[in-house]
Design a protein around this ligand. Sequence first.
Ligand code: 5CA
Ligand code: ZN
Length: 401
Amino acid sequence: MPSLASEGLGTGPAPVVHDTASGAPRPLDGEGEGDARLYVCGITPYDATHLGHAATYLTFDLLQRTWLDQGRGVSYTQNVTDVDDPLLERAAATGIDWVELAERETQLFREDMTALRILAPENYIGAVESIDLVVDLVGRLEKAGAVYAVDDDLYFAVHADPDFGSVSGWDAQTMARIFGERGGDPERAGKRDPLDCLLWQAERPGEPAWDSRLGRGRPGWHVECAAIALAHLGTDFDVQGGGSDLVFPHHEMSASEATVATGERFARSYVHAGMVGFEGEKMSKSKGNLVLVSALRGEGRDPMAIRLALLAHHYRSDWEWFDAELTSAEARLATWREAVSRGSAAPAAPVVAALRAALADDLDAPAALAAVDAWATQPGDDTAAPGQVRLAVDALLGVAL
Ligand code: 5CA
Ligand code: ZN
């Protein structure tokens, strides 16, 4: 990433970002430490990247760019849920080997991310390669007395964590309702609490399984992210991120599992991107109402225009995609490109400061776009400005002009 500091444009402020758990903005200033540590939940690779995924990963890309602009290093880990029910179901329905399906879709996701100039995580870690980490974490939970069996499956007793519920802040009734809708099994007989979640699922006929001291089986979903985050970032890392559909149960469960196993806080902040909808509903692989990044790219749409279309919405809002979004983003891109190719323009310093202030204020991308729009239509005689603004838009917004 180009650095504004090396071009004499200084550094930016620490970001203040909304934390779901406290319900309030929280400075992500690292409390005087070195690298910022970020964990973002990755895809379940059974279908191609849609604009909802892209919007979520773009949110954390902005956060990473803001930290880098501050002069901080960023240690960023993202998982890929390369074995889980939806992936296995899709593989079975289409007759494709689940490993091949996961590899193909992960590859396509990475190409889409590169095209959108979303900075890659330092560690990109699969569930399959992390089985030992999961088994190890379940062992620590067993020592803490937080594990029990139902048939041959192992469950996490959520109330082993006295703070269970503190990520979402939801009441037990809401949790029970949503748990069932999002992959949980509140009704299963033999559980101590309807909300207890699977840690290790014993082998089912026709499904992949691994030998371990927990028996032959595969990891539950939430413990996958707890294990990967703890192993690659440690405890008390800066931000656990994802879309708002992961607040509960996923982030609640991962946090409780990690806290019970280690006795320490999992993440300091929980940051969630809003849901992108299409044709009146949340865009989702299971519903099939998708606008795929790869399809737009295939039509020859400029990935920088796709990026600008996503940036036009604040990350915390839920919004619906319309094709016109892309048309206006293309117009904006053309205006900006024309502005940075002029011989002179209005000075860069005020727009750089406005960009930094907008991003530091809860990643306010729409305000950042407005600042560049205003600059682009202003005449001026500063000959360095076009190059400097091009650099700032590249470094901070990730848009190559
Ligand atoms: N593998 C798990 C996380 S460990 C998973 O949720 N995978 S996913 O493929 O379903 O979603 C990947 C990411 O995209 C998650 O952060 C999810 O919250 C986000 N996401 C999914 N649908 C949307 C949407 N319509 N709008 C915004 N973000 C979305
Ligand atoms: Zn996750």
